[in-house]
Design a protein around this ligand. Structure first.
Ligand code: SF4
Length: 219
């Protein structure tokens, strides 16, 4: 691959958008760059095998509960969707963990094994917004949402996909789909978890700067 390549069409994942909309990503340039370019990712220290095993267990338990209650369940790849913007040239893709389909209700659920975050809620709200216009099983339906954690579930009412949320969504999409690069906010706290190397982002901060006690007498 060249140093980096412009994608044929800008494209992003719901998970990135959820983190940006909730300020869990504070360097918007990282999301803008991933949306517009293909690049070789840095391998971050993340135990994906351990994460996959605990996520799979939580999913399996939840699927068994739903099927015992006679919901029709579809999972992951079956739920994949992609939607192209009409006003903004960008595609958004997502792959919700679970769709539970009943005679007159559809729930979209996501299983989370880590600590609870605001982006978990936004991720499900984005699914509730986008699935009814992109997935054949959900087309035209009003969805309910649910977050499934190891210690319990949180329900998300359809009414939470309100005009305020839609406005935040449109604002984020306009920002990310623009050809004008987003603001870059380098910090050790975020750069150390970022998969964009210094080849592409020379401002990357590799070391934390701590003022030593001998450098001041303030306290
Ligand atoms: S390395 Fe740091 S500054 Fe560069 S894109 Fe990632 S978070 Fe932003």
């Amino acid at each position: 691959m060249a140093l980096y390549e412009l994608k044929q069409f800008p494209a992003l994942w719901v998970t990135w958008l959820a983190k940006l909309m909730t300020d869990e990503i504070q360097c918007p340039w990282s999301v803008w760059f991933r949306t517009h370019y293909k690049y070789e990712k840095l391998n971050r220290d993340f135990d994906s095998a351990k994460w996959s095993a605990s996520h799979r267990q939580l999913m399996d338990d939840r699927i068994a509960q739903l099927q015992a209650a006679e919901w029709v369940v579809s999972i992951e790849g079956e739920n994949w969707f992609e939607i192209e913007g009409r006003q903004h040239p960008v595609k958004i893709a997502g792959k919700p963990d679970i769709l539970a389909i009943g005679p007159d209700q559809i729930w979209v659920e996501d299983c989370k094994t880590g600590r609870k975050k605001n982006s978990d809620l936004y991720q499900v709200l984005l699914y509730m917004l986008l699935l009814p216009v992109s997935h054949p099983r959900c087309r035209g339906q009003q969805l309910q949402g649910r977050l499934v954690y190891p210690d319990g579930t949180i329900e998300i009412a359809a009414e939470q996909v309100d005009e305020t949320f839609k406005g935040q969504f449109r604002e984020a999409i306009a920002y990310l789909s623009s050809t004008i690069p987003a603001r870059k906010v380098p910090s050790f706290q975020e750069c150390r978890y970022c998969d964009i190397s210094a080849q592409y982002c020379p401002e990357r901060v590799e070391e934390s700067v701590v003022a030593r006690s001998e450098e001041h007498d303030l306290f």
